[in-house]
Design a protein. Structure first.
Lengths: 342, 264
C-alpha cells in the first residue's frame, strides 16, 4: 500500500518507546538499584550479588513475560475482532480464560473436597499451569467440535460465550463448597501475575508464543480479505474454514499459554487493538499486527511498572492495573476522535 | 458444438436450481439453458421470490444445483478450485462490507488477492491494475477516502472497481442498483455497459430496473413462473415475455415505451 511509508516514523518511535519502557521496567522495583548498576549488570560487571540476582533472575524474566503477555493478548484480540467482525471480541471470547479458570478452580477449590494430604500435593505452581492449560484446551476443543458443525462464524461466538457461562457456573458451585483460604488462593490466581516465572518457564512460554505468532503472521492475508466479509473472501478464493481454524488455533496458543503462566489478564486483549487502530488508522493487518505487538508490549510494561509500586514492598494485582490504566485511555481516544474505527 | 462452446463464458445445460432437504428437493426453477458470450451485458429480471438470487448463488458456486450442468469457459464449474474460480469470476454482492475503515484503494486492491503472494504484497503490476480499475469507474478522486465517508452510489462504484481489479472474464452483480436513486441506478447500469464495451468482459447482473435493463442490455434472462427465457430485449418485447413477468391484475407492460404501467 502506498501509505505504508508514512507509518515508518511511528514504528521507529514505538520501538524506541518500547526500549525505554523495557529499561524503565527493569530499573523500577521494591529494591531501588541505581541506573548505572542496571547497565553494569547487563555487562556482567555489577559488584552487588543481590542486585545481580534481582535483575537477572527476577526483573528480566518479568519484563520479558510482560512483553510476551501484552503483545500476545493484543494480537489474539486483533485476530478475534477481525474473525468475528465485532469490536467487542477479545482473546477470551472462545472461552479460553473460562476454561483455564475451571481447570485452576478444580485444582485449588476441588482439592479440599478430595482431602488434605492430596491437597498440598496438588497445589503447586506447575499443577496450576497444567490445570489452566488443560482447562482452556478442553473448553476450546469443545468449542471447535461444536463449531465445525455450524457454518456461521457468529454462531461460534455465541457458542464460546455459552461455554464460558457453563464453566463460570461450575466454578460458582465449587466456590460454594470451598474454604475461605482456598477461595483466597483462587482469587489471587485471578489477579494475574507476571513475576514468579523462572527462566525455564519463560523459555517454554516463549516457544509456544512463537508458534502462535507464526500462525498469526501466516493469517495476515486471510485476515485482510475477511475485512470484506465472508462471502467476498470466499469469492476471492479464500478457504474460509481453513483460515478460521488457523486463526482460532493461533489465538488459543497465545491466549492459552498466557493464561496458564500469568493468569487471566483482563482488558489488554480488547483494548490494544482499538488503541492501535486509533493511532494507525488502518485496517491493514500487515501494519496492525506489528503495531499491536509494540503497543501491547509497551502498555503491559508500563502497567507492570505501576503495579510494582516502585520503592514500596507492595505489588498491586496486575489485572486491576491493566483496566485502571487502559480503560480511561480507550475512553479518551474514543471521545477525542468521536469515532469508533473498526 | 465444441466450437460454439469456446466462445461461451457461461453456459448451463438443463440446470435446475433449488434447495435439497432430507425428504424432498424443492425445485425453484428447472430446465435453465443459458449461454453468455464474451463482451455481453446481461440483465437478470424476475419478480420477488422467483429465484433470481438462487440462480446467482448456484452460478457462483455458493450452493449446488439440483440437476444439470454449469460450464464456465467450457469447464465444469464443479471442477474449478476456489483459486481458479477467483481468477475467472468476480462478484459484487449485496452484503455490507465488514470493515468500513478500509480506504477505497485498499478495498479495490483486495481484488488482487488471488494474484498476490502469501502476505498480500502488491506488485507494480497489481498497483497498475488497481489504478486502471479506479480510472475505468471514474473514482480516482476517491482513492484515499475511507469507505465510511462514501455515499451508497460511490460505494457501489468502488465495489465494481474491486471486481474489475480481480481481472476476471465474468463479473456477476447481485442487485447493484438497490438503495440508489433514479439517477444513480441509470449511472451504474450505464457504467456496466461502458465496462463491457471497453474491457470486453461479460457482466451479468440481477435487477428490478426492467425498463433500464431493456435499454442497456445485450441480452436479458427473464425468470417467470414457468420458464427461464434468455434473448435480446427487443425479441423479448415482441414475444410478449414481459407480460408473464408479473400477475396481470395491477401493472401491464407497454410495448411502445418498453416499461410497465399501472392499470387504470
Amino acid at each position: 500500500m502506498p501509505k505504508t511509508n508514512t507509518y515508518t516514523l511511528s514504528f521507529i518511535a514505538l520501538i524506541f518507546l518500547l526500549i525505554i519502557c523495557f529499561f524503565l521496567n527493569i530499573s523500577l522495583g521494591s529494591v531501588s538499584i541505581p541506573t548505572k548498576e542496571i547497565f553494569n549488570s547487563f555487562l556482567g560487571t555489577i559488584e552487588n550479588d543481590n542486585w545481580q540476582y534481582i535483575i537477572q533472575d527476577y526483573r528480566l524474566p518479568k519484563a520479558i513475560t510482560a512483553i510476551l503477555v501484552g503483545s500476545g493478548l493484543g494480537i489474539s484480540g486483533l485476530l478475534m475482532q477481525t474473525l468475528f467482525r465485532n469490536p467487542l471480541a477479545g482473546p477470551f471470547v472462545l472461552g479460553i480464560s473460562s476454561g483455564a479458570s475451571l481447570g485452576v478452580a478444580l485444582v485449588i477449590l476441588g482439592s479440599g473436597i478430595f482431602g488434605g494430604v492430596f491437597a498440598t500435593l496438588l497445589v503447586s505452581k506447575w499443577t496450576i499451569v497444567i490445570a489452566a492449560s488443560l482447562g482452556s484446551f478442553l473448553v476450546l476443543l469443545a468449542v471447535l467440535v461444536v463449531s465445525s458443525k455450524v457454518r456461521d462464524t457468529m454462531a461460534i461466538l455465541i457458542i464460546g460465550l455459552m461455554f464460558g457461562s457453563i464453566t463460570a457456573a461450575v466454578v460458582s458451585v465449587l466456590s460454594y463448597f470451598s474454604s475461605a483460604e482456598q477461595l483466597q488462593q483462587y482469587i489471587f490466581w485471578g489477579f494475574g501475575s507476571l513475576g514468579n516465572l523462572s527462566w525455564n518457564e519463560v523459555f517454554i512460554f516463549f516457544i509456544i508464543y512463537c508458534l502462535g505468532l507464526l500462525l498469526s503472521i501466516i493469517s495476515i492475508k486471510g485476515l485482510n480479505t475477511l475485512l470484506l466479509g465472508e462471502n467476498y473472501a470466499k469469492s476471492l478464493g479464500l478457504n474460509i474454514k481453513q483460515s478460521r481454524f488457523i486463526i482460532i488455533i493461533a489465538t488459543s496458543l497465545l491466549a492459552g499459554t498466557i493464561t496458564a503462566f500469568a493468569g487471566p489478564i483482563a482488558f489488554i486483549g480488547l483494548a490494544i487493538p482499538h488503541i492501535t487502530r486509533q493511532v494507525f488508522n488502518t485496517s491493514n493487518h500487515k501494519i496492525l499486527l506489528p503495531a499491536v505487538f509494540l503497543f501491547g508490549s509497551i502498555i503491559m510494561l508500563i502497567c507492570d511498572s505501576i503495579a510494582q509500586l516502585p520503592t514500596s514492598d507492595y505489588t498491586l494485582p496486575i489485572n486491576a492495573i491493566t483496566s485502571l490504566i487502559g480503560a480511561p485511555v480507550v475512553i479518551w481516544l474514543l471521545v477525542r476522535k468521536r469515532k469508533m474505527i473498526f | 458444438m465444441d466450437k460454439a462452446n469456446q466462445h461461451n463464458i457461461l453456459k448451463t445445460q438443463n440446470l435446475s436450481i433449488g434447495y435439497k432437504s432430507k425428504k424432498t428437493d424443492s425445485v425453484i426453477a428447472s430446465n435453465i439453458n443459458i449461454e453468455l458470450h464474451k463482451g455481453e451485458l446481461i440483465g437478470l429480471v424476475g419478480a420477488n421470490g422467483i429465484g433470481k438470487s438462487t440462480l446467482l448463488r448456484t452460478l457462483t458456486n455458493v450452493q449446488n444445483g439440483l440437476n444439470g450442468k454449469i460450464f464456465i469457459n467450457s469447464k465444469l464449474l464443479s471442477e474449478y478450485t476456489s483459486g481458479e474460480l477467483a481468477k475467472t469470476m468476480s462478484l459484487v454482492l449485496t452484503d455490507p462490507i465488514a470493515s468500513k475503515n478500509l480506504s477505497v484503494f485498499e478495498l479495490v486492491a483486495l481484488g488482487r488477492h488471488p494474484y498476490t503472494n502469501w502476505v498480500g504484497n502488491l506488485s507494480t503490476e497489481d498497483i497498475e491494475t488497481v489504478n486502471q480499475s479506479l480510472e475505468l469507474t471514474n473514482i480516482e478522486i476517491l482513492k484515499h477516502k475511507k469507505c465510511f465517508e462514501l455515499s451508497d452510489g460511490q460505494l457501489q462504484k468502488v465495489l465494481i472497481a474491486r471486481a474489475l481489479a480481480q481481472d476476471t472474464d465474468l463479473i456477476i452483480l447481485d442487485e447493484p442498483t438497490t438503495h440508489l436513486d433514479m439517477y444513480h441506478k441509470a449511472y451504474i447500469l450505464k457504467l456496466l455497459q461502458k465496462l463491457v464495451k471497453e474491457t470486453n468482459k461479460t457482466i451479468l447482473f440481477s435487477s428490478h430496473e426492467i425498463d433500464l435493463a431493456i435499454q442497456l442490455c445485450d441480452k436479458m434472462i427473464v425468470m417467470t413462473k414457468n420458464d427461464v427465457i434468455t434473448d435480446q430485449p427487443c425479441n423479448l418485447i415482441s414475444n410478449g415475455t414481459f407480460n408473464a413477468l408479473f400477475p396481470q391484475d395491477l401493472i401491464i407492460f407497454d410495448e411502445q415505451t418498453g416499461s410497465f404501467r399501472v392499470k387504470k
